[in-house]
Design a protein around this ligand. Structure first.
Ligand code: DGL
Length: 283
């Protein structure tokens, strides 16, 4: 908690900055808000940079570090949640060494998948960026050595989730084409665990379930991220729930009405006045 906020009497409600390239981080934000309804959340979507999934690593690293400098200066958060696997698997060390506050990352939930699999066939469904990261390969080596891990890098699913929430649903055939590589059958053993390693994907989960050729366990790390945040900022104070949180988009564009409604259902109000990129030079 910063000294000026304590002086203003805001000491009871920690401020949490939740960051993603788009609306995927909402799947994490919902769990964070459930865990600390009294916290002040600011949700920032770098829609001007979306999608992160195909961005080269150097550009993405510089972009997120620069953006974060502006955001931390502007909002003075007590904790930042990077609600994006594509960014977290790359930028967390740089963020932690540059800024003196805690960062919670979102990284592929490989360990729980390896602990739960019965068939030994695990799929990690992520963006091409996350699939290529050393960080992801290190997690597989460390936690899933005795399983067969199938990596699927989707170029389209995050965009589908964005369109779905903006009121332009994707047809079943297109979605099925993108989803089918997840399901593998090898020597009679079928994929039984699918790690949702992009925060956009749980937005499509009901549709995934319906299109799946056989039932699998879908692993969404959002509840674990909320537990990590609570570990850092403590349990709910018993103070009143915050009526609404601020949502900002780096493009400065007003989101479509359907998306604004979806945000409102999640307790977020769009603040289209802020020009988030004005402080940021390199993006
Ligand atoms: N939501 C992001 C993730 O968790 C990535 C989406 C994108 O920008 O490609 O990886």
């Amino acid at each position: 908690m910063t000294a000026d906020r304590v002086a203003k009497g805001e000491a009871a409600a920690p401020r949490v900055l939740v960051f993603d390239s788009g609306v995927g981080g909402l799947t994490v934000y919902s769990e964070l808000r459930k865990a600390r309804p009294d916290a002040q959340f600011v949700y920032v979507a770098d829609d001007a940079g979306f999608p992160y999934g195909g961005m080269d690593a150097e550009t993405l690293l510089a972009r997120v570090v620069d953006l974060m400098a502006g955001l931390i200066g502007r909002f003075s958060p007590d904790v930042v949640v990077i609600a994006c696997n594509t960014a977290s698997t790359l930028v967390l060390p740089a963020l932690r060494s540059r800024f003196a506050l805690p960062f919670v990352g979102t990284v592929p939930a490989i360990k729980p998948a390896a602990e739960k699999t019965a068939s030994g066939e695990i799929t990690i469904l992520a963006t091409p960026g996350t699939v290529a990261r050393d960080y992801t390969h290190d997690l597989i080596r460390k936690f899933a050595d005795s399983s067969h891990v199938h990596l699927v890098g989707s170029t389209r699913l995050a965009g589908f989730a964005e369109r779905e929430l903006a009121g332009q649903p994707i047809g079943d055939p297109e979605l099925r084409d993108e989803l089918m590589p997840v399901f593998v059958e090898r020597d009679g053993a079928r994929t039984d665990m699918v790690v949702l390693a992009c925060t956009h994907y749980p937005l499509l989960l009901e549709r995934f379930r319906r299109l799946a050729p056989w039932p699998v366990t879908w692993i969404d790390p959002a509840p674990a991220i909320a537990r990590r945040m609570v570990h850092l900022i403590g349990e709910a104070s018993g103070g009143p729930a915050q009526p609404a949180a601020q949502a900002l988009f780096t493009s400065g564009r007003r989101p479509p009405a359907a998306l604004e409604r979806a945000l409102m259902q999640r307790g977020l109000v769009v603040d289209a006045r802020e020009n988030l990129l004005s402080d940021v030079t390199a993006v």
